[in-house]
Every structure is written in structure tokens, then in C-alpha cells.
Design a protein around this ligand. Structure first.
Ligand SMILES: Nc1ncnc2c1ncn2[C@@H]1O[C@H](COP(=O)(O)OP(=O)(O)OP(=O)(O)O)[C@@H](O)[C@H]1O
Ligand SMILES: [Mg+2]
Length: 342
């Protein structure tokens, strides 16, 4: 549905005329109905990227195809039409302070020349969807951050877009409110079949609702993968930093292994996260296990966990254990080895 080809954006500093390369030859395809995350450190080019998707920022070169149309080639009027299919929400909500919630949500429809009756109906529907019916006549200053973003979402959906762009939409919110806004976005994606592109610098946001993710660093995309793969086998160094789930900082050097013991890091995903694999291994193979670190999270609906354990036994038992873990679908990494037991 969306295809970005060789997208480059170079800014020119207004005074010094210095060139700033914000995006360099970026290529990406996003499928219809996906929730696609873009993560990267500050200054990587994330906002520039998302703003090029609705031409709030004009690309220096390259194409942005949306539903078979290269939007960089559209004329003013065609572009205004196309933009109705693209909603956007922002970190600081960008609501109009002199308009009520109701009037803020109505605004894009007024601009688009929608008749009053349809506007009234649609505003009611949207406020219902985001859970703000009781705040219709209130001004933005009287709302909490989470409520403001709900208004932002309702406004972005006003003209029935096919695509919703979110630039750090939860970065100004506390973790609890972040969760509720992300759940609302997930609901919108599923109910209304809207494709969502979401920019963030927080992996927790990606983990919560995204299907796939692109990692952007220093103006380039360095990795594109499913969220699951990004967590279980991150490729680029920057991805490894983002995907760290606690186990990375485990102080391996403090573990005193006894002869014959090995130290493992195990990652488990989906079904295998729910099976009692460790206790089965102990019963079946007679090994000794010590759990040093355990963490379980969710990737959207899928459980995902990390364990750091020592396993003690004869060389044969150790070998069987490793086979068993692999058969059970665990990803296994040997962190340290105390050699053969005597
Ligand atoms: N209007 C502009 N004029 C000149 N340089 C700009 C402009 N907008 C962004 N830049 C520069 O382009 C680079 C990418 O900026 P961008 O805002 O896309 O980063 P970002 O990944 O969104 O960062 P953050 O996480 O801090 O929001 C930065 O070096 C930034 O200083
Ligand atoms: Mg930004």
C-alpha cells in the first residue's frame, strides 16, 4: 500500500547554508492494515520521515507511493484530496485552545466542506470511539494529557483516513496513559482497518502494538523486521540496544560456576513461554538448575521471555539438555562454561 523509494531529505540551514542530511536513500514498504513502528535515537530522521509521507516536508528526491500513486508528483488540489486519506497525531497534541473538544474534532470536516448535519453525526461517533462524549463542550486546557491525545486521535480520524501517522504520540504521557492510548490505536487499527505508522524512541511502544518495525539511525534504515525477530534476534547494534530486555546487563562475571556447570541465556516465545520446560528438563534429565534471572513480557499478544540459568550435570546430561531446549523451540546461548565435571 505504501512504498517509499530512495527517499532523501537534505535541509539547508537558513543562516549558514550548511547542508543537513536528514534521510538518505530510504526504501521501505508498508502493507495495508499493518501497525508499522519506526524507532531510532533523537535526530535520526524519524519525524522528517513521517512528515515526508504526507508531504508536510517535501522530499529532496525519491518517491512516496500511496495506493499506487506517487504523491510527490501530485498537484496542489490532488494533494489536498490525498491528504484527507492521511490522519496525523502529534506528541504535543496540537489542539486549538480556543475551540472546544467538539469544535476541534469538527474542524477538519469544516475545512473539507462537509455539511453540518454529517459533521454533527460524525463528531458524536468519534467522541464515542475515543471515550470522550462527556467532554464535548470542554476546552483543551481542561483536559488531561491522555484526554487531549484522544481528541487528537478523533480529529485525525474525522475524514475517514486509510492511514494514520503518529509522531511520538505517547511521549508526553505517563506509562499508564501511554498504555491506554496504545490500546485505543490497536482498537482503531482492528475495527476500522486503518494502517498505522508510528514513530517512537521507546521499544515498549513497539512491543505493545506493532507488527513490524524499521530501525532508523543516522538518516538510514539499518534494520526492517517483524517485532518478534527484533526482540529475539536483533541484527544491528542499535537494534540490540533498543531491544535490550534486561538480560543483557546481567553481570555474568559475578557467577561462580562449579565444575561441569554451564551458564545459559534462553529466550522463549509464544507457546513455549507457557510450557514448564525447565521443570520438565529437571525431571526428565536429572540435571541441576539454578535460575538467576527471569523476565517475561508480551509482544502484542505473544508472550516473550528471557531466562538466565545455570545447568549442572554430566557432559552427556548437558548435551541432552541442550538438545531438549532446542527441540522445545527455545533460543539458547551459552554465556559461560566451567568445563567438564570430574
Ligand atoms: N526544519 C529543519 N531545518 C534544518 N534541519 C532540520 C529541520 N528539521 C530537522 N532537521 C535536522 O534533521 C535531522 C533529523 O531530524 P528529525 O527531527 O527528523 O529527527 P528525529 O529522529 O525525529 O529526532 P527526535 O527523536 O529528537 O524527534 C536532525 O539533525 C535535525 O536537526
Ligand atoms: Mg522527532
Amino acid at each position: 500500500m505504501i512504498k517509499i523509494e530512495n527517499l532523501t531529505k537534505i535541509y539547508t540551514h537558513p543562516q549558514t547554508k550548511e547542508k543537513i542530511v536528514a534521510l538518505q536513500n530510504v526504501n521501505l514498504e508498508i502493507k495495508s492494515g499493518e501497525i508499522f513502528g519506526i524507532i531510532g535515537p533523537s535526530g535520526a530522521g524519524k519525524s522528517t520521515f513521517i512528515r515526508c509521507l504526507n508531504l508536510l516536508e517535501k522530499p529532496t528526491s525519491g518517491s512516496v507511493w500511496i495506493d499506487g500513486e506517487d504523491i510527490t508528483k501530485l498537484s496542489g488540489q490532488q494533494l489536498r484530496e490525498k491528504r484527507k486519506q492521511i490522519g496525523m497525531i502529534f506528541q504535543h497534541f496540537n489542539l486549538m485552545s480556543s475551540r472546544t473538544v467538539w469544535q476541534n474534532v469538527a474542524y477538519p470536516m469544516e475545512i473539507a466542506g462537509v455539511d453540518k448535519k454529517t459533521i454533527a453525526q460524525r463528531v458524536e461517533e468519534l467522541l464515542e470511539l475515543v471515550g470522550l462524549n462527556d467532554k464535548a463542550q470542554v476546552y483543551p486546557a481542561q483536559l488531561s494529557g491522555g484526554q487531549k491525545q484522544r481528541v487528537g486521535i478523533a480529529r485525525a480520524l474525522a475524514n475517514n483516513p486509510k492511514l494514520l501517522l503518529c509522531d511520538e504520540a505517547t511521549s508526553a504521557l505517563d506509562p499508564q496513559t501511554t498504555k491506554s492510548i496504545l490500546q485505543l490505536l490497536l482498537e482503531i487499527n482492528r475495527k476500522l482497518k486503518i494502517t498505522i505508522i508510528l514513530i517512537t524512541h521507546e521499544m515498549a511502544v513497539i512491543r505493545e502494538i506493532c507488527d513490524r518495525v524499521a530501525v532508523i539511525n543516522e538518516s538510514n534504515i539499518v534494520e526492517i523486521n517483524s517485532v518478534l525477530s527484533v526482540f529475539t534476534s536483533p541484527q544491528a547494534n542499535i537494534t540490540k540496544e533498543f531491544a535490550a530486555n534486561g538480560g543483557e546487563n546481567f553481570p555474568i562475571e559475578t557467577v561462580k560456576l562449579k565444575p561441569g556447570e554451564r551458564l545459559y541465556k534462553l529466550s522463549f516465545v509464544g507457546e513455549s513461554a507457557e510450557k514448564p520446560i525447565i521443570s520438565s528438563a529437571i525431571k526428565k534429565l536429572g540435571i541441576e538448575v539454578n535460575i538467576l534471572y527471569a523476565n517475561i513480557d508480551r509482544l502484542k499478544d505473544i508472550p516473550f521471555g528471557t531466562l538466565i540459568i545455570t545447568v549442572g550435570g554430566s557432559p552427556q546430561q548437558i548435551e541432552q539438555t541442550e538438545q531438549f531446549f532446542t527441540q522445545q523451540g527455545l533460543k539458547m546461548e551459552v554465556l559461560a562454561d566451567a568445563g567438564i565435571a570430574r
